[in-house]
Design a protein around this ligand. Structure first.
Ligand code: URA
Length: 210
């Protein structure tokens, strides 16, 4: 597994406002959207392309376009939905699938409650969206499901990551074709598994339920 922390002043600036507890929901939603687009720019550096012949008004030339099969973007419900627009703005031809995951309060394991995506992901590049990589349980379960369906290149785009979650992913997904792209690796998790300093509950802040 590879981890890529996007080091850019615009990313740091937007992230600081996102973290600020005074930032209201509409602003939080807009900034999360902009931040995802910046992260997506880095995350798609290896998106597969093919060569095409075109004509400009002046001369023939060759260029590139995204190749088939199209990349698949999978937001994890609920908070990942707040990242979808920012992602597809950059990849408008991507297919979108949905994954609903919830933590079973007895076993503490992530359980899938909704899946809406192609059964066969052979040869597909997949971009998974989830704002917070905290304990890593949800992302590990989501990525394993995608790989079981045949995905051969999975990139998780997360706004923030905790070292504990990264460690879990590195252990559970060792040797698998997985990359994590994030704006920051924070200090760690508190006793409630919130990222510190973090930004609070991403879903609540996106949807104004705090
Ligand atoms: N999920 C959140 O929304 N925030 C955290 O800090 C951790 C998990």
């Amino acid at each position: 597994m590879r981890i890529h922390v996007v080091d850019h002043p615009l990313v740091a600036h937007k992230l600081t406002t996102l973290r600020d507890e005074r930032t209201d929901s509409p602003t939080f939603r807009r900034l999360a959207d902009e931040l995802v687009t910046l992260l997506a720019y880095e995350a798609t550096r290896d998106v597969r392309t093919e060569q095409v012949d075109i004509r400009t008004p002046v001369a023939p030339t060759t260029g590139v376009r995204l190749s088939y099969p199209r990349p698949l973007v999978v937001p994890i419900l609920r908070a990942g939905l707040g990242m979808l627009d920012g992602m597809v703005r950059l990849l408008p031809t991507a297919e979108v699938g949905f994954l609903g995951m919830i933590r079973d309060e007895e076993t503490l394991e992530a359980k899938t409650y909704a899946t809406r995506m192609p059964q066969d992901l052979s040869g597909r590049q997949v971009y998974v969206l989830d704002p917070m990589l905290a304990t890593g349980g949800t992302l590990v379960a989501a990525i394993n499901l995608l790989i079981e369906r045949g995905a051969d290149d999975v990139t998780a785009i997360v706004l923030l990551a905790a070292p504990e979650g990264i460690e879990v992913m590195e252990r559970e997904l060792a040797g698998k074709p997985v990359t994590v792209v994030t704006a920051s690796v924070d200090e760690g998790l508190n006793e409630n598994s919130y990222i510190v300093p973090g930004l609070g509950d991403a879903g609540d802040r996106l949807y104004g339920t705090a």
